[in-house]
Write a protein that binds this ligand. Structure first.
Ligand code: HEM
Length: 415
């Protein structure tokens, strides 16, 4: 058995430059030359074993959480040492338990109405004939959502002040339901509370990790819909009829075809970890190659095609669709991000048609995320103004004349 899988013999500096300026091209080259698992050398990193081997990914995500350490040390300068990203396995499991509540599917669905309001307000500014830079527009939308959810305030300037003064002495602390107040109240079994450093680093993590990848996915969605008008039309038909299954499948397909984080998990296995013919030792980093997995034609037929139907006909198993990583570090915001994407796509197709603003764009890197180049520009082709399911529910409520707003909310939330 060899210790490390083969990989390019280029000097580390050359590999680092290739990775930095064209990560997808670099990995595609390595896959073609070395197969599903290969080793790369990047300056400042231990050897990185990149894999899209289905069996290895499943074992990496399902093994004992205490034997899988995160491989995110390189992000410490951005998020701070005490961020959820960097906790050692036992402490990480305990912190996740505290933070999971507000990001759970049912808790997140309570935000549907507010996210729809924000998404519809954004799309209402997209005028026919205009070219819209979807990525920055999406970024401002997802930032608003995460600031409200995490800090419990609607005003971005106020949110900035709150993060700087802290809120331990707020007399209404126990009545608040935002994530910040929850973290301030949380204590472990010995009554110990999170320190200021814990709080600060976690808030930065939630706000940064919570908006950029989602904005990237929204921008990719705009690009894909602009180039696939048939899919756009089908989503429009499905939401107008009140059936959201195709919309949900379309969101999964966006995340399959264009995962915002191509390295969708990074780990040190704390025991020798077999992949194919190799044994990877704990000092090497393992990167999960989401694009390699999502473009494997043995798992996803015709992977180049943008075809949401694949998630309705014969859905792939959960280790073959990994935009949110997996295991103990799986994305905390997966349910929220999925909801944001569904609600935004619904608002988009219900109000406008988008068309390409130019030839196919090259992917562009921003930190660990890879989004559409040229800021995800799309042309607003026509304003469709079909009713969204939410507005349909409101109109139906008005028509029967006596429904209270809670009934409308319930009907929208049950979509
Ligand atoms: C489409 C949007 C998003 C994508 C594609 C995405 C993807 C990911 C990925 C690939 C990871 C690493 C998973 C792993 O190591 O196994 C991750 C971690 C994380 N994400 Fe997301 N994410 C998105 C949106 C969000 C949102 C909205 C939040 C807001 C709470 C969020 C918060 C986090 C946090 C806190 C972690 C670290 C979890 C941990 O280490 O325990 N993400 N995300």
């Amino acid at each position: 058995m060899h210790r490390l899988p083969p990989g390019p013999r280029l000097p580390g500096l050359a590999q680092t430059l290739w990775f930095t300026f064209d990560q997808l091209g670099f990995w595609a080259f390595c896959r073609r030359r070395y197969g599903r698992t290969f080793t790369t050398r990047l300056a400042g990193f231990p050897p990185i074993v990149v894999t899209s081997d289905g069996d290895a990914i499943r074992r990496l995500f399902t093994g004992d959480a205490l034997l899988r350490r995160h491989g995110n040390d390189f992000l410490k300068p951005i998020f701070g040492e005490r961020s959820l990203f960097f906790l050692e396995p036992a402490e990480h499991v305990a912190r996740r338990r505290i933070e999971l509540g507000p990001f759970h599917g049912a808790a997140v669905r309570a935000y549907t109405e507010r996210i729809a309001e924000l998404a519809e307000a954004e799309v209402a500014t997209w005028m026919p004939g205009e070219v819209v830079a979807s990525h920055p527009r999406a970024r401002s939308l997802t930032l608003k959502v995460i600031l409200e959810l995490v800090l419990g305030v609607r005003d971005a300037a106020l949110a900035g002040e709150i993060t700087s003064i802290r809120i331990r002495d707020d007399p209404t602390l126990n009545e608040r339901s935002d994530v910040l107040s929850l973290l301030v109240r949380a204590q472990d079994e010995h009554g110990a509370k999170l320190s200021d450093a814990d709080l600060r680093d976690d808030l930065v993590t939630l706000v940064v990790a919570g908006h950029e990848p989602t904005a990237t996915a929204l921008a990719w969605a705009c690009d894909l819909l602009a180039r696939n008008p048939d899919v756009s039309a089908r989503i429009r038909e499905s939401v107008a009829s009140g059936d959201r299954e195709y919309l949900k499948a379309a969101v999964k397909e966006v995340l399959r075809a264009r995962p915002p984080l191509p390295a969708s998990a990074s780990r040190h296995a704390l025991e020798p970890f077999p992949i194919g013919d190799w044994i990877v030792e704990p000092d090497a980093l393992i990167f999960v190659d989401a694009i390699g997995m999502h473009s494997n034609s043995e798992v996803h037929a015709e992977p180049e095609a943008f075809r949401p139907e694949r998630f309705l006909d014969d859905p792939p198993d959960s280790y073959a669709h990994i935009p949110f990583g997996g295991g103990a570090h799986r994305c905390l915001g997966a349910a929220l991000a999925t909801l944001e994407l569904e609600v935004f796509l619904e608002a988009l197709v219900s109000r406008v048609e988008v068309a390409p603003a130019g030839p196919p764009v090259r992917p562009s890197r921003r930190g660990p995320t890879v989004g559409p180049g040229r800021d995800g520009r799309v042309r607003v082709a026509r304003v469709a103004r079909l009713p969204t399911a939410r507005r349909t529910a409101e109109r139906q409520a008005a028509a029967v004349g006596g429904l209270r707003s809670t009934d409308v909310e319930r009907s929208a939330a049950s979509r």
